[in-house]
Design a protein around this ligand. Structure first.
Ligand SMILES: Nc1ncnc2c1ncn2[C@@H]1O[C@H](COP(=O)(O)OP(=O)(O)OP(=O)(O)O)[C@@H](O)[C@H]1O
Ligand SMILES: [Mg+2]
Length: 347
């Protein structure tokens, strides 16, 4: 059915850019075959809903062309309001009974009706003190998913996996950091949302998409300097390479980092207070905004945990065809795309 291919191409349709990663599975492990990103215009995607369909189709098709992509079977992911992730505790029951119970469980979270979503569930290992079992339910709004699938198909690709950002991130982390134990918060700071997935002893114990991201900084820059979206984006992306920035820009940067890090801290505090009194040992950040000066130190100043930037290519062999500087520069944004590229068709 999949022409005998074992691999899928990872396609992360983000608010600011479409990102693509193709890996090859060899006897020695995973090797990078293809990598790139194509920026999207302003408001092509708003609140993770595709608003400018043609722009997104063009960006994907352009990237596929530019990279001469061969493997058209892709894994994509959705995030934000279109996804509902719930961990519920249910009395022990058979798989068949559980199948019947899930729609009832879901009903309370989806006022529009269960018909509006496609869902999947997984029984989590272990038993709760009450003898119940924990079940992870993931539901995706059909209209959101269908739109992503349609756009990807229109761009000439064949979507074979539809994943969720936070789980793709976790997949990337498990592959690259098998040696890391304890409780780790994966924090991917994008343009419109910040994906959080807290992994404890190898399983996800908490997920959330917080609605903060780099678009807020773009807006601040637009207002302060009277420039349009494209110019503000250019200014943002060059900050890291500039030796000295103006006091006005510096002030905006500080305001923005305080806001984002404050929201991340609130989410982590909520998790520790309600679920995990032992605390979080390590925070691994990524996403385009992890490149913004002050983010890492500001977050580090707010929490007791170590903060570092994750590298999605840590355990991926990147051959001589790729410029190491380019990989280093783009790596933090590629967490979701790498996690997707590590999926198998039909997963
Ligand atoms: N070098 C850089 N310096 C500062 N900011 C950057 C840099 N590169 C990207 N960004 C910002 O990071 C954000 C994009 O990050 P990312 O690619 O992770 O988000 P996305 O996947 O497009 O968005 P989302 O996940 O929210 O849909 C944008 O706001 C962009 O301006
Ligand atoms: Mg993203």
């Amino acid at each position: 059915m999949f022409l005998g291919r074992k691999e899928v191409t990872g396609l992360d349709i983000g608010t600011s850019a479409v990102k693509l990663v193709e890996l090859k599975h060899t006897r020695k492990g995973y090797e990078l075959k293809n990598l790139g990103e194509s920026l999207l215009p302003e408001e092509a995607i708003v609140n993770k809903v595709i608003k400018k369909r043609d722009a997104v189709v063009d960006a994907i098709a352009g990237l596929v062309d530019e990279l001469k992509l061969r493997n058209k079977n892709v894994a994509i992911s959705i995030a934000g309001h279109g996804v509902i992730i719930k961990k519920v505790s249910l009395p022990k029951m058979s798989e068949k009974e559980l199948k019947e119970a899930i729609p009832w469980e879901l009903e309370q979270y989806i006022p529009q009706g269960v018909e509006e979503v496609s869902y999947d569930f997984q029984i989590l290992p272990g038993e709760t003190p009450e003898g119940n079992m924990d079940v992870l339910i993931v539901a995706a709004k059909k209209d959101v998913t269908n739109e992503y699938v349609a756009v990807v198909s229109e761009a000439g690709l064949n979507p074979v996996v539809v994943d969720v950002d936070v789980f793709a991130l976790e997949n990337m982390f498990e592959f690259n950091y098998p040696e890391v134990n304890g409780t780790v918060a994966l924090v991917n700071i994008g343009a419109s949302i910040t994906n959080v997935n807290i992994v404890g002893e190898g399983v996800s114990v908490f997920t959330r998409d917080i609605t903060v991201g780099g678009n807020q900084l773009t807006e601040l820059i637009q207002k302060e300097f009277g420039v349009d979206y494209e110019e503000a984006e250019r200014m943002k992306r060059s900050i890291g390479g500039v030796a000295q920035i103006s006091p006005d820009l510096d002030r905006i940067l500080r305001d923005f980092t305080d806001l984002v890090c404050g929201e991340i801290k609130k989410t982590l505090d909520f998790f520790v207070k309600t679920l995990w009194r032992d605390g979080i040992e390590r925070i691994m950040i990524g996403g385009g905004c992890s490149k913004i000066p002050y983010i890492r130190e500001t977050l580090g100043g707010l929490v007791d945990s170590e903060v570092e930037v994750f590298n999605p290519f840590k355990n991926v062999f990147c051959g001589l065809d790729f410029d190491p500087e380019y990989i280093k520069d783009i790596a933090p944004k590629m967490g979701v795309a790498v996690g997707l590229a590590l999926r198998k068709p039909g997963e």
